[in-house]
Ligand binder design. Structure first.
Ligand SMILES: [Zn+2]
Length: 234
């Protein structure tokens, strides 16, 4: 095979590898970020639940204070009961006691509902806190692992770049410039295999005369349709 052709094939292989390496390398910070955001989101949810529990506890204290006030009200009314002179006054005070008792019952029911609600939220809180610990650990583990990956990627990319440099310097400058131009315009593929009478870059067929020249792999021949350099694998 023509040595320039061989170099071109190697150069393209390295460029493809480098492209993939750089893509994966760029994704690493995003992968770490994603896990970090999951942790932050759970943390926010925990904060929100805690706030709600605080509010419910505050509401409970208010209900309990209300019950105390109403109980006091009943005691005072009972004292009045022992001092009344008429039946009308007596029955009016009894009515008052009944209505206060109803009020107390309502406050106690509301307090009980709040208690149940708090219980439920506390359970949810525990689950979220457990989940947070798990996600936080996952985040830390992945971060350490990915930071190691970054070092590996950097090293491999550097090695590939050096290989690329060495191939580029052995290539005829005109051939290299052509390669770079076509590669840029043809999504990184400037050298294509020729088989079954078809350019495997653009999948168009070539005249038989050209095909027999390509099969020799002796000179650089470009596909007349897509300008890619063609080679024959045999
Ligand atoms: Zn072509």
């Amino acid at each position: 095979m023509n040595s320039q052709l061989e170099l071109l094939i190697n150069l393209q292989n390295i460029d493809i590898e480098l492209g993939k390496l750089e893509d994966n390398y760029k994704k690493i910070p995003q992968e770490i970020d994603q896990l970090y955001h999951i942790c932050q989101q759970i943390k926010e949810e925990i904060g929100q639940i805690k706030k709600e529990v605080d509010q419910h506890n505050k509401d409970r204290r208010e209900k309990e204070r209300g019950v105390e006030i109403e109980n006091d009200h009943i005691s005072k009314t009972k004292v009045k009961l022992s001092q009344v002179k008429t039946n009308e006054e007596y029955s009016a005070l009894l009515k008052e006691v009944d209505s206060v008792k109803e009020k107390i019952k309502k406050l106690e029911d509301e307090d009980l509902n709040l208690m149940e609600l708090i219980d439920e939220k506390q359970k949810n809180l525990k689950e979220k806190e457990k989940l947070f610990k798990e996600e936080e650990k996952r985040f830390q583990d992945v971060k350490v692992e990915k930071e190691k990956d970054i070092e590996g990627f950097k090293k491999t990319i550097e090695e590939k770049k050096q290989q690329r440099e060495s191939i580029s310097s052995s290539l005829d400058n005109k051939i290299l410039q052509d390669y770079l131009k076509v590669s840029k315009n043809r999504e990184g593929i400037a050298v294509a295999r020729f088989s079954d009478g078809i350019c495997q870059g653009c999948f168009l067929s070539l005249p038989p005369q050209l095909a027999s020249e390509i099969r020799k792999n002796e000179v650089l021949i470009k596909c007349p349709h897509c300008q890619r350099v063609l080679y024959w694998e045999g």
